[in-house]
Design a binder for this molecule. Structure first.
Ligand code: IPD
Length: 277
């Protein structure tokens, strides 16, 4: 049957594909790079261009909807999730990869209604893989159904994380000691690929057993959360409690056992909240 948000989903897929074409082309060109909250928090003209395209097209089609988007937020827009239909957009996730031509770059479009995530679309634009998840309808990559890993033993886990933008000595100490704790617990490996959304898509695909991060934003998490849940996975807060999209922290895993083991191993890095900036 036709669901209430089918049209929105179709438009999101088309825009994620169009955005991917723009990013692929821009990848080979000269870029002007600026910094945001830290020397490692980058933005280019392409981030702005892609965000403007996605938001203006969606606004035309769905004038009553609301938007949370990475670069608008960086320019001072408030990040609040109301009950209205809300699009949560990262035009280029992996901007640092994009700048260096490291081929792990994505467009992420999530959609929530009544503060509940309805669908997510993530386009791995350098590999032309389209990840989608719709509440109650499963998760797919280029039409193939996704299924998370069933691993429950941390000593058999491949774990993904991202560094986050803060690079002061105290933050780095906690970041590295968290990684050390997982390696002491004999995790098979820890990977940092430079894109939160794509790391989360790998988790949804069963290509890794867990993911955790401090310092990611709601636009890194919204679309991927639907995809992981629809692939059978767990997305929670680093405290072990329920996910809070605005809390700038997350643990995700194929199984609840694994998610809890990771959460218990971590010391917190405080990044504040997206809705209090
Ligand atoms: C960032 C990347 C990075 C992660 C940050 C994200 P951006 O997204 O995913 O790997 O560490 O937390 O904000 O800025 O490239 O869209």
């Amino acid at each position: 049957g036709v669901g209430p948000w089918d049209e929105c989903f179709e438009v999101a897929v088309q825009l994620a594909l169009r955005a991917g074409q723009i990013i692929r082309k821009a990848l080979t060109e000269e870029k002007r790079v600026s910094t945001k909250t830290s020397a490692a928090d980058l933005v280019t003209e392409t981030d702005h261009r892609v965000e403007d395209l996605i938001v203006s097209e969606l606004r035309k089609r769905f004038p009553s909807h609301r938007f949370i988007a990475e670069e608008a937020t960086a320019s001072g827009a408030k990040c609040v999730l109301t009950h209205s239909p809300t699009w949560i957009i990262d035009p280029i996730d992996g901007t640092c990869n994009f700048v260096h031509r490291f081929p792990t770059v994505a467009v992420s479009i999530g959609f929530a209604v009544h503060q509940e995530l309805e669908f997510g679309v993530i386009h791995h634009c350098t590999e032309e893989r389209l990840y989608t998840g719709r509440r109650g309808q499963g998760a797919f990559c280029n039409g193939q159904r996704l299924q998370v890993s069933r691993e429950t033993d941390l000593a058999k886990a491949l774990v993904l994380t991202e560094i986050g933008p803060k690079r002061d000595p105290d933050t780095l100490k906690v970041f590295l000691s968290d990684m050390e704790r997982l390696l002491h617990a004999k995790a098979h490996g820890v990977r940092v690929i430079g894109s939160s959304t794509l790391a989360l898509c790998y988790l949804a695909s069963g290509a890794a057993d867990a993911y955790y991060q401090f310092g990611l934003h709601c636009w890194d998490l919204a679309a991927a959360t639907v995809i992981i849940r629809e692939a059978g996975g767990i997305v929670i807060d680093t405290s072990g409690g329920p996910l809070d999209l605005m809390s700038c922290r997350v643990v995700a895993a194929g199984t609840r056992e694994m998610a809890v083991l990771i959460a218990q191993a971590l010391q917190t890095i405080n990044y504040g909240r997206d809705d209090e900036k």
